[in-house]
Design a protein around this ligand. Structure first.
Ligand SMILES: [Zn+2]
Length: 161
């Protein structure tokens, strides 16, 4: 994920991001959000809902309202893409937060990881969730790179003769 989007999530949800700058021997979170920019909104909504749930419950618990339980603060351990969907590993939380995370992970399976458009998870080989225009753009970029490589090879061979 782009550095500026990563930074935005760190600024918006500092309590969840305490591991972000810890050394890699201690946490995978040192790598940041290891997925495409297209999932930024899913992460932003998920983290916003989680923090709101925690703050709301804990505030009411502290006021002594019997129907509220204390919810342990969520801290992120690792966030990445795997087999085309989002994986959100964390410590703390409760069953409701668990449900929010399942929902977010399943939304990533129908959301383009590059641009947020509706998409499908597909392989073979590298399994990714990516929309058709992004797939075509990627294919085109790869062809261009291949052609440039071939062209340079021909130039080089020409110079060597
Ligand atoms: Zn796309």
């Amino acid at each position: 994920m782009k550095q500026e989007l990563d930074k935005l999530l760190c600024e918006r949800y500092p309590k969840m991001m305490v591991n972000r700058n810890k050394p890699m021997m201690e946490t995978c979170m040192c790598w940041g959000f290891d997925c495409g920019d297209g999932w930024f909104n899913i992460l932003d909504q998920l983290m916003g809902n989680i923090q709101h749930h925690i703050d709301w419950n804990n505030r009411n618990f502290e006021k002594g309202y019997a129907q509220y339980k204390q919810v342990p603060q969520v801290t992120l351990d690792q966030v990445k893409e795997k087999f085309g969907t989002l994986r959100f590993y964390y410590t703390g939380g409760d069953d409701i937060i668990d449900g929010m995370v399942r929902m977010a992970e399943s939304m990533s399976g129908v959301t383009c990881e590059e641009c947020s458009a509706p998409a499908k998870t597909h392989g073979p080989g590298w399994i990714r969730t990516i929309c058709e225009p992004c797939e075509e753009a990627r294919e085109l970029a790869r062809k261009k790179l291949d052609e440039e490589y071939e062209f340079k090879k021909i130039l080089k061979e020409g110079n060597e003769q």
